[in-house]
Ligand binder design. Structure first.
Ligand code: CTP
Length: 412
């Protein structure tokens, strides 16, 4: 079975794995490819997520790979892990990962629920047992004559074949409540089912979500929002009552569902579609919990403002639309345009495609040449001219000049 699994890799991928294994063998470290790579290989969805676990020091292996094949290495001394970026040096980059994770096999214990784990070096078997679900607990040996042999001590292959997400032990969610979110993500990504005993462990762990740091929980939500079927994952989290424990404003209902029908390209755009119906106060409170990045927070506030006033955009003149939207991040306007209807939608789309680019022909230098003393008046005149273009009151440079003359007469 496993021989067949690796047989589906390209020659260049196999060559890379052999070279890694040879270097590891030279250092005397047994080496395995593990986790998501093996899972996706079994599922017939080959990935470039090369996670290698070795019984030995991953940083030493990384250094010897760099000295033999070149490329770059980043290291994490505390956890004895390294990331090798092979570069173009020794391998042609066809179907090859841009980096390879090298992990020193370790065991993990948790001092208290939801804490970060305490790590100790161990064997590959330990490293497999510290993981979240059986579907991630498969390893393929890369050593010499064992190259390609599958290690499946925890029933991962059966669960993958039967479409089940199953924890490795009953304390798994308590140790690490982020796994609650991972379970729903895998379930919906692969169209699997969370296995009944695993499902039954959720209530005990649910209150521990409150103990997770902002960064860890936001990371999980970012991963979910980056999945093609984010919609069904969030719906599942809603059903399992795993959203409200993060924050009471984080809900999932038919209106959010409808907003998620729109196609977007990034996790951030999904955040906007999800949360645009919240008030600014709710966003501020949610930000206390999730600590959004500054740019996402700015977009969230902007999309909430636009959403709250969406119907008003129907009757606004182009210049008024521009005045309202100027300075708002474009992704916030695009998100609102997706869900707006009728004239509001047309106005938001026009703003994005045309209106925001419109500028008068007259410049500050021209105003100076007309003998107008520099000052706040410049901005006033230029805005007035831009608005006139936007609202179709002028359509030539001469008309602009007339407007300036009128303006000067009016204001003295
Ligand atoms: N892992 C875990 N508990 C977590 C996060 C990760 O046990 N809270 C383990 C999983 O077994 C996983 C491995 O660490 O296989 C690597 O994690 P990650 O890179 O997040 O997962 P992938 O297997 O790469 O899966 P995905 O395709 O979702 O990124």
């Amino acid at each position: 079975m496993a021989q067949n699994l690796l047989a589906s890799l390209s020659d260049s991928q196999l060559d890379l794995l052999h070279r890694l294994a040879d270097e590891s063998a030279a250092l005397g470290f047994p080496i395995y490819i593990v986790g998501g790579f093996v899972r996706d290989l079994v599922l017939g969805r080959p990935s470039l997520d090369f996670d290698l676990v070795l019984e030995g020091d991953a940083i030493s292996l990384g250094r010897s790979l760099v000295s033999k094949f070149g490329g770059k290495l980043t290291v994490h001394t505390k956890f004895k892990t390294a990331k090798w970026f092979p570069g173009l040096s020794a391998f042609r980059p066809s179907n090859l990962p841009t980096f390879i994770d090298l992990i020193s096999a370790r065991s993990e214990t948790y001092k208290h629920p939801a804490a970060l784990p305490t790590v100790k070096l161990g064997t590959v078997a330990d490293d497999i047992r510290r993981r979240d679900f059986t579907l991630n607990a498969l390893a393929i040996c890369l050593d010499g004559e064992y190259f390609g042999e599958l290690r499946d001590e925890l029933g991962g292959l059966d669960d993958l074949q039967n479409g089940l997400v199953r924890v490795l032990h009953p304390r798994s969610f308590v140790d690490d409540p982020t796994r609650l979110f991972r379970a729903a993500r895998y379930e919906k990504r692969y169209d699997f089912k969370i296995e009944p005993q695993t499902l039954a462990l959720i209530p005990e762990a649910r209150p521990l979500i409150a103990k997770l740091s902002a960064q860890r929980i936001r990371h999980e939500l970012d991963l979910i929002l980056g999945e093609p079927n984010a919609l069904s994952i969030l719906a599942r989290l809603g059903d399992l009552d795993l959203l409200k424990p993060i924050h009471p404003s984080l809900t999932w209902d038919v209106t959010t569902w409808a907003r998620f029908q729109h196609k977007v390209n990034s996790a951030n755009e999904r955040w906007l579609l999800w949360l645009m119906s919240l008030t600014e106060t709710e966003i501020a409170s949610l930000n206390q919990r999730l600590k959004f990045t500054a740019s996402l927070l700015k977009s969230l506030y902007a999309s909430s403002k636009i959403f709250a006033a969406l119907s008003a955009f129907e009757d606004l003149k182009p210049s008024q639309c521009v005045e309202r939207l100027n300075g708002f991040p474009l992704n916030a306007v695009s998100a609102a345009a997706l869900i707006a209807q009728g004239k509001s939608r047309q106005n938001l789309e026009k703003y994005l495609s045309e209106w925001r680019h419109i500028k008068p022909k007259t410049t500050g230098d021209d105003l100076k040449n007309l003998g107008i003393a520099p000052g706040p008046k410049y901005q006033e005149i230029l805005s007035r001219l831009r608005n006139a273009w936007l609202d179709g009151e002028v359509d030539s440079e001469n008309e602009e000049k007339r407007l300036i003359e009128n303006f000067l007469k009016e204001t003295g």
